[in-house]
Ligand binder design. Structure first.
Ligand code: FMN
Length: 364
C-alpha cells in the first residue's frame, strides 16, 4: 500500500506485507471454515444507527470507568498471544501504546514478555488473562505474580477446554511461540521448531475438565476482580452471575475456537438482559470501526476490546502503530457520537440502534 493508513482495516494489509506468512496467518486466521470470523464483522454491518439531531455536541466526552478505573474511551486492548512474533519489543510496545491512549491492556498469559517486564514498562492500569491449567499450581503462581505486579483484574478465558482447529496453522506447521510467563515452570519444549506444536502443547496444558465449581477455586486464591471471557448465551450469563464473577466478556475468541459460534454482537443483548445490570458486560470480536463501538455500547456493553487490529498496528509500525490504531478507533467513536447526538457515553442508548430483531415484528 503506497499511502498512509486512514483506518484500522488499512493496517491489516500493512501487517500482511510486514510479516512472514506463517505469523500473518496465525494472527489473522480463525477456526475451520472461518464462518464466525466473517460473521463477527458482518453482524455489525446489519445494525444501523438511529441518529438524533439538534443536540449540543460541541463537546464530546468518551471517558468512562471500568471496574472503577478511569479510561479515556471504552476501548480496551484484548489479550492476544505472542506479540514478539509481530514486533521485536513485543508486549512492552503494546503496553506503552495502551498507556499513551489512557486505556487498559489485558496481558495474555501467552505473552512473549514476562508479567514483570510488562508491569515495569510503564505506569498504567492492566488486567491479566488466565487459563486454568491441569497444573493448578502454575495457574495459581501466575495469579500471584499478576497480583504482586499490580494487575487490577483476572480475565479468565473459559472458551478453550482445548484449542480450536485453526487450519492455516496446521498447514503452516505453526510453531508454538515461547510463552515467557511459563519460563522455568514447565518442561514442554514450547520453543520447538519441529512443526505444528501449537495444538499439542495447548491441549497438554489446558484443563478440559474445568467447570463452574472451579470459579470458586480461583476466587479462593485471589482478591482481584474476576471477569470471565467467552460467554455467548443467556444460560451461561446467568450462571456467571450466580458464580459470583465480577464481569463478563462476550467473546468467541476472535472466531478461533468454535466455528459457527454466533457473532458476538448478535448475542450481546441476550447476555445483557440475563445479567440485569448486576455486573458489567464487555464485548470483543470484529470491532473495526468507531461505529462498531457505538453499536456495542448501545446494545449494553460497557466497553469493547480490540484483538487483531492491535497486532496489525504492532506489526506495521511497532508502538506507534498500536497507538495509531487505538486513536483511530477513538476518533471514529467521537465522530459517531457527535453525528448521533450523543455528547457522552451515557447518552448512547438502546434506541440509538436498530437490529435485525427490531424489524421482525413489523414483518409479521
Ligand atoms: C493472534 C491471537 C491470539 C489470541 N490469544 C489469546 C489469548 O492468549 N488469550 C485469550 O483469552 N484470547 C486470545 N485471543 C482472543 C482475543 O482476546 C479476542 O477475543 C479476539 O481477538 C477479539 O476479536 P478481534 O480479533 O476480531 O478483535 C487471541 C486472538 C488472536 C487473534
Amino acid at each position: 500500500m503506497s499511502s498512509e493508513p486512514v483506518n484500522v482495516n488499512d493496517f491489516k494489509e500493512l501487517a500482511r506485507l510486514a510479516l512472514p506468512k506463517m505469523y500473518y496467518d496465525f494472527y489473522s486466521g480463525g477456526a475451520e471454515d472461518e464462518h464466525t470470523l466473517r460473521e463477527n464483522i458482518q453482524a455489525f454491518y446489519r445494525i444501523t444507527i438511529r441518529p438524533r439531531v439538534l443536540v449540543d455536541v460541541s463537546k464530546v466526552d468518551m471517558s468512562t470507568t471500568i471496574l472503577g478505573h478511569h479510561i479515556s474511551a471504552p476501548i480496551l486492548v484484548a489479550p492476544t498471544a505472542a506479540h514478539k512474533l509481530a514486533f521485536h519489543e513485543g508486549e512492552l510496545a503494546t503496553a506503552r501504546a495502551a498507556a499513551a491512549v489512557k486505556t487498559i491492556m489485558v496481558l495474555s498469559y501467552s505473552s512473549t514478555c514476562s508479567i514483570e517486564e510488562v508491569a515495569s514498562s510503564c505506569n498504567s492500569v492492566r488486567f491479566f488473562q488466565l487459563y486454568i491449567f491441569k497444573r493448578r499450581d502454575i495457574s495459581a503462581l501466575l495469579v500471584q505474580r499478576a497480583e504482586r505486579c499490580g494487575y487490577k483484574a483476572i480475565i479468565l478465558t473459559v472458551d478453550t477446554p482445548r484449542l480450536g482447529r485453526r487450519e492455516a496453522d496446521i498447514k503452516n506447521k505453526m510453531i508454538a511461540p515461547p510463552v515467557k510467563s511459563l519460563e522455568g515452570l514447565i518442561s514442554i519444549d514450547v520453543k520447538s521448531d519441529q512443526g505444528s506444536k501449537l495444538e499439542t502443547y495447548a491441549n497438554e496444558m489446558l484443563d478440559a475438565s474445568l467447570s463452574w465449581e472451579d470459579i470458586g477455586w480461583l476466587r479462593s486464591i485471589t482478591t482481584l476482580p474476576i471477569l470471565i471471557k467467552g460467554v455467548l448465551t443467556h444460560e451461561d450469563a446467568t450462571k456467571a452471575v450466580e458464580a459470583g464473577v465480577d464481569g463478563i466478556i462476550v467473546s468467541n475468541h476472535g472466531a478461533r475456537q468454535l466455528d459457527f459460534a454466533p457473532a458476538t454482537v448478535s448475542v450481546l443483548e441476550e447476555v445483557v438482559h440475563a445479567v440485569k445490570g448486576k455486573i458489567p458486560v464487555l464485548l470483543d470480536g470484529g470491532v473495526r470501526r468507531g461505529t462498531d463501538v457505538f453499536k456495542a455500547l448501545a446494545l449494553g456493553a460497557q466497553a469493547v476490546l480490540i484483538g487483531r487490529p492491535v497486532i496489525y498496528g504492532l506489526a506495521a509500525k511497532g508502538e506507534e502503530g498500536v497507538r495509531t490504531v487505538m486513536e483511530m478507533l477513538k476518533n471514529e467513536l467521537e465522530t459517531s457520537m457527535a453525528l448521533s447526538g450523543c455528547p457522552s457515553i451515557k447518552d448512547i442508548t438502546r434506541s440509538h440502534v436498530r437490529t435485525h430483531y427490531d424489524n421482525l415484528p413489523s414483518m409479521l
